[in-house]
Design a protein. Structure first.
Length: 112
């Protein structure tokens, strides 16, 4: 599997939550944003759907498919479905990132 980190190509002032969400939504994904404190670790897991993680601020370390990636502001990684991955928040400041995934990855609320 060949994974890579994509770098932000627009002017730095355009690196904003809304800009990232609109880009992922234009690619047909639903989005959610998260903020995590340094040291948080998400143990190895996988999803039955593809997933993108795009860092707005702070730093993430991602281990996936036997490779290691460090993501900072503006960096994006796309993980194919069923890719085992582990994520850790690096540095001294919280990380803020946006996750994009197909609509079926986000469960619909059950009507009462």
């Amino acid at each position: 599997m060949n994974l890579s980190v994509r770098k932000w190509t627009l002017p730095e002032e355009n690196l904003q939550l809304g800009t990232i969400r609109r880009q992922l939504e234009a690619e047909g994904m639903k989005t959610a944003w998260y903020s995590e404190v340094p040291g948080v670790v998400f143990p190895e897991h996988s999803h039955v759907f593809r997933e993108s993680r795009w860092v707005l601020s702070g730093y993430l370390h991602v281990e996936a498919a036997g490779e290691r990636f460090s993501l900072g502001p503006g960096d994006r990684i796309d993980l194919p479905a069923n890719t085992p991955h582990r994520v850790q928040v690096l540095g001294l400041a919280p990380v803020v990132y946006v996750t994009g995934a197909p609509a079926e990855a986000f469960p619909r609320p059950v009507a009462a």
